[in-house]
Design a protein around this ligand. Structure first.
Ligand code: VG1
Ligand code: CO
Length: 543
């Protein structure tokens, strides 16, 4: 075994986005590409000497290869130990938990989350810090700087580590501990939720379908729902992680989890439908005939979290990403707790969680989580829903209706325009920025702008400022539109248009979300000039 120092030239564009570095798998497979990024992480954190890391991923194509490489770079950089999920598997929240429990210096999570997997699809690498959360903006900026000037990386030339066997071994001077990916995560869940009550629910005939979407949550959901909680076999479907997620998008929303959606809207629907994404940090919740938007789910969880043992003393505060609807704001107001509005991406919740200022956090993109780890957590959200359903003895639809009646309803939808030429997408966004101050008072398709701004966030804990985080446009009558460019795509630009209309009277009989949002949609299309700039007004995906 020898440590080799390899001379390389920097690669362009190794800039971490909303959630780590995401590229086409073939880009990552280029000689030295992954190595350059991983070494840059070590350079940015002041080296690996004496440090320990967690390593795992969502099992997509190239996962195992990449893990072997990272292990050997860690060893060559002086790390004293790595903890790796068996067969290279760790869900993102489970990795966060392992970092915290073992007090390691951070971790590498290999995933492109909800993006499809395979040699012609997407791959990603994310570095999480010692608090278990995604590297904050300051650190990702340092990593990017390091990628621009990197000249060498260090790697141990050694045989691959056996990741199939649980147990500890040595690689040079570094210990390699291969762990069961589920065990300690399951213990954490047992501490937070009333497993007896949920067991009682299933024993009483409650039915559920959990669609793991051929992704990493399969083993977790099988062990916890069918194993510990007694849900019948067949409750968890698509439970074996596959390298290409069965050829689909492991994205838990009504579009990509259509089979589940169709079942839940049919006469054969079970009591609860749920799904999670590639790396297990997102969730979808749907009751019999009742889809719960992620923004509403956050609000409903905040209103009911005290029913679960882990949150029985109430919440310190809640936080939501800026494009997420204001539904949780209403709950926070009633509970008399703070509600923080942060930029998109889980890294912005880290300080609030560390400082004990927020207990629950959520994003409109189907991420919900709490201070139990420093990532969003799909299965956690499903278990909290189960705990609440057991405690209230009501259906999802009943809880949803009661919530809207009490707090009002935020009609909400996101429209994604994918693979837009970058120049066109920038022209559209910059076109609005250029006249943002003149917008108030102007009318578009019959709706008048009340205020408009470009969102900037001042972190209340470390005072750092994050600018250019999306455009917010409020219209008369309680409507809001948000526009921003995605930071996770791997092809051209994706424009995200978020539409929201609050109705204090709650759910309006016979009115669908699309109908409720149609006037707002027309107004924004006109205001932004979608037809002129990108030649279309119909999005690729509506969630
Ligand atoms: C998207 C979502 C964002 C989420 C991010 C990572 O980012 O909008 O809310 O945090 O994906 O999710 P963007 O920049 O494409 O809009 V995932 O499940 O990586 O882990
Ligand atoms: Co994810």
């Amino acid at each position: 075994m020898t440590i080799e120092t390899v001379n390389i030239a920097p690669f362009e564009g190794q800039k971490p986005g909303t959630s780590g570095l995401r590229k086409k798998t073939r880009v990552f497979m280029q000689e030295h590409y992954l190595e350059a990024f991983v070494q840059s992480v070590f350079d940015a954190i002041g080296g690996g000497e004496g440090k320990r890391f967690v390593i795992g991923g969502d099992g997509r194509y190239f996962n195992k290869r990449a893990i072997q490489t990272i292990i050997k770079i860690a060893a060559a950089n002086g790390a004293t130990g790595v903890i790796v999920g068996q067969n290279g598997l760790l869900s993102t929240p489970a990795a966060s938990n392992l970092i915290r429990q073992n007090e390691t210096d951070g971790g590498f999570i290999l995933s492109a989350s909800h993006n499809p997997g395979g040699i012609d699809e997407d791959f990603g690498v994310k570095f999480n810090a010692a608090n278990g959360g995604p590297a904050p903006e300051g650190l990702t900026a340092q990593i990017f700087e390091a990628t621009k000037s990197i000249a060498t990386y260090r790697i141990l030339r050694a045989d691959d580590v056996d990741l199939a066997q649980i147990g500890e071994s040595n690689l040079g001077d570094m210990s390699v501990e291969v762990v069961d990916p589920v065990a300690s995560y399951q213990v954490l869940m047992e501490q937070l939720f009333d497993f007896d009550a949920i067991r009682g629910l299933f024993a009483g005939g409650f039915t559920m379908r959990f669609d793991a979407m051929h992704a990493v949550t399969g083993p977790y959901a099988t062990a916890i729902l069918q194993g510990a909680l007694g849900a019948p076999e067949g409750t968890v479907v698509n439970a074996i992680p596959s390298e290409d997620f069965g050829g689909g998008h492991p994205d838990p929303n009504p579009i990509w989890a259509k089979t589940l959606m169709d079942l839940m809207m049919s006469d054969d629907a079970p009591d609860l439908g749920a799904a999670s994404d590639g790396d297990g940090d997102r969730n979808m919740i749907v009751g019999r005939g009742a889809y719960v938007t992620p923004s509403d789910s956050l609000a409903m969880l905040a209103a009911n979290a005290h029913l679960a043992p882990g949150y029985k003393d109430g919440l310190a505060g809640v936080a939501r990403s800026m494009p997420t609807s204001g539904a949780c704001d209403k709950v926070a107001e009633k509970l008399g707790i703070a509600c923080f509005e942060t930029p998109t991406g889980w890294k912005f919740f880290g300080n609030l969680l560390d400082a004990g200022r927020a207990t629950l956090c959520g994003e409109e993109s189907a991420g919900t989580g709490s201070d139990h780890v420093r990532e969003k957590d799909g299965l956690w959200a499903v278990l909290l829903w189960l705990n609440i359903l057991a405690a209230r003895g009501q259906s999802v639809a009943e809880i949803q209706q009661a919530h809207w009646a009490e707090f009002g309803r935020n009609y909400y939808s996101r429209h994604d325009f994918e693979a837009v030429p970058e120049a066109d997408a920038n022209a559209l966004v910059n076109g609005i920025i250029a006249r943002i101050d003149e917008l108030p008072g102007q009318s578009f398709a019959g709706m008048t702008v009340e205020k408009a701004d470009e969102f900037a966030y001042r972190d209340p804990v470390d005072n750092s400022l994050s600018e250019h985080q999306g455009l917010r446009i409020w219209f008369d009558g309680g409507a809001r539109a948000v526009l921003r460019l995605s930071g996770t795509g791997t092809e051209g630009a994706t424009i995200r248009l978020y539409l929201e209309h609050y109705r204090a009277e709650g759910s309006v009989e016979g009115r669908s979300t699309a109908e409720a949002l149609e006037p707002l949609r027309q107004a924004v299309l006109e205001l932004a000039g979608f037809q002129q700039h990108i030649g279309r007004v119909a999005p690729d995906v509506i969630t």
